[in-house]
Design a protein around this ligand. Structure first.
Ligand code: MMA
Ligand code: CA
Length: 197
């Protein structure tokens, strides 16, 4: 009752009152809130079939001590970049960043027909043609498919690793720049940077 009130003309996001909330604990009632409202302590994710993400095993790469997981699901790059931030044993994940041929091979071998072509953690949204890893690591290694990145129709700013089934000759493990909502994408790769494991 009384909501949405767009309090101080600044409330544009939806909250569901849960147990313990003094103003409607467990009621299931809604409130409009600010983007960073301290009252909101969680969020709800919904997946609709048939795009339900399914997680595969977490895989340890002995070459750098990092863990990797391929998640199958049709997310945009922006959605995947957020979804990858899950915590595993106290370490926050990120979309995978690739710094060597051996790391690229390791990830390439995790891709499946189900995950298909999958997001990696780089974009050139700041300056067209200047690619950077979301972790801030130097852009030292790259493995583009011939002719890529082509910024197709001037709308491709996000990095994907081409997966099976092979649609272009010798493509698996090679990189393509794609649009945020590229339909070819079927998964994303999460990396956790454990040090010294
Ligand atoms: C698709 C898309 C692009 C890629 C071209 C290559 C038609 O667009 O995946 O990112 O560069 O294919 O032909
Ligand atoms: Ca492209």
């Amino acid at each position: 009752p009384g909501e949405p009130n767009n309090y101080y003309d600044g409330e544009h996001c939806l909250i569901l009152f849960g147990p313990g909330n003094s103003r409607g604990g467990g009621s299931g009632k809604w409130n409009d809130a600010v983007n960073n409202d301290a009252e909101a302590q969680g969020y709800l994710i919904e997946w609709g079939a048939p795009a339900e993400p399914s997680t595969n095993a977490v895989n340890y790469n002995p070459l750098n001590g990092h863990q990797y997981q391929v998640v199958t699901g049709r997310l945009t790059w922006s959605q995947a970049a957020i979804a990858a931030g899950i915590v595993l044993n106290g370490v926050t994940g990120h979309l995978a960043t690739v710094n060597s041929a051996s790391e690229n091979d390791f990830i390439r071998n995790l891709l499946t027909v189900e995950s298909g072509t999958a997001w990696l953690g780089a974009c050139d949204t700041n300056t067209e043609g200047v690619w950077s890893w979301i972790t801030g690591e130097p852009w030292s290694y790259q493995n583009w498919y011939p002719g890529e990145p082509n910024n197709y129709y001037a709308g491709e700013d996000y990095l994907a690793m081409l997966g099976p089934p092979e649609r272009r000759t010798l493509s698996i493990g090679k990189w393509n720049d794609a649009s945020d909502s590229e339909l070819e994408i079927m998964g994303y790769v999460v990396e956790w940077d454990y040090a010294g494991e």
